[in-house]
Design a protein. Structure first.
Length: 303
């Protein structure tokens, strides 16, 4: 059993318990948290509550995470671009169009299905049977690096680094419009969009702190090529923040409000650099995934 406590701040008052925890503990999925709440493994001020419980400032939330369940996602022989691997973790370069874990509409062909085959089932089980090994995610049409945990010890250690915002995550993106300043920082809280639950948005009242640092690498006639470094890791953070400063990511079907002359099949966003301290040795590891061909070809067309 793994136990931890979280205290709700005054700004969290009125937020649903499951939504709060999903934002607060990035390594655990909302559906898994709802399951724990239903099983009374999550208590508020020592008492069982429902997932839709609305928090009050100062509420003490205690989580008891049980031993992992047997995994039931199917192993599939899917080719994977493994950048690094040892007995605890692996770094994988995810291609465009691949969903990270099984979900409604995507029960096969996911990264998890391929990982189960590659690792012969040796993956952490903390995040439930549908997300073995997954401690953080990137969107289906975002390419690039993910770290995967092969046992629960590694999962807990990497999750701690995620919570402390000590993991290095640098992305490359092409955005609409010409950004005139060479670099900048976007510090705007992000929360679930109340009109569209598929979207996130800037939420000054109930959003969680989100910080993105960006640097302009190249300017084109109508676009900018940028590097974005995450200080925090909220859902859709870069996509929301760049849209907020009126430079949505090229090809973004959810947040983009400008037509693209290119056939891209999703946002031009690539998780290029990922660095963390090894969960067992403490050694700092950092890897870089080269830009995918479609991305480099697009940059050439813009010259």
């Amino acid at each position: 059993m793994n136990r931890e406590s979280v205290v709700a701040d005054i700004v969290d008052a009125g937020v649903r318990l499951d939504a709060f925890l999903a934002d607060e503990i990035e390594s655990l999925s909302r559906s898994f948290l709802q399951k724990l709440i239903k099983e009374e493994c999550i208590l508020v001020n020592g008492n069982p509550v429902k997932s839709n419980y609305r928090l009050a400032g100062g509420d003490v939330i205690t989580l008891t995470i049980p031993e992992p369940e047997p995994m039931d996602a199917a192993a599939e022989p899917i080719p994977l671009d493994i950048v690094y691997e040892d007995e605890d973790i692996l770094f994988v370069n995810k291609p465009k169009g691949m969903v990270v874990h099984p979900a409604p509409g995507h029960y096969t062909g996911t990264l998890v299905n391929g990982l189960l085959h590659h690792c012969q089932g040796a993956l952490s089980g903390i995040n439930g049977v549908q997300r073995p090994g997954i401690v953080h995610r990137i969107d289906r049409d975002t390419t690039g690096l993910l770290v995967v945990c092969k046992n629960d010890f590694a999962h807990q250690q990497v999750a701690k680094q995620l919570a402390e915002h000590s993991i290095t995550r640098k992305y490359r993106a092409i955005v609409h419009g010409v950004i005139h300043e060479n670099r900048g920082t976007i510090n705007e809280p992000i929360g679930r969009n109340k009109q569209n639950r598929l979207k996130m948005g800037i939420d000054l009242m109930n959003g969680k702190q989100a910080i993105t640092h960006y640097t302009v690498l190249q300017r084109y006639l109508k676009y900018s090529y940028v590097e974005c470094q995450l200080e925090t890791g909220r859902t859709h953070q870069i996509r929301v923040h760049m849209t907020h400063i009126h430079h949505p990511i090229l090809g973004d079907p959810l947040y983009g409000n400008q037509k693209s002359p290119f056939h891209l099949g999703g946002q031009t966003l690539h998780a290029m650099v990922l660095g963390l301290h090894h969960p067992r040795t403490g050694q700092y590891l950092e890897f870089e995934a080269p830009l995918p061909d479609y991305f480099t070809n697009l940059l050439t067309k813009m010259l």
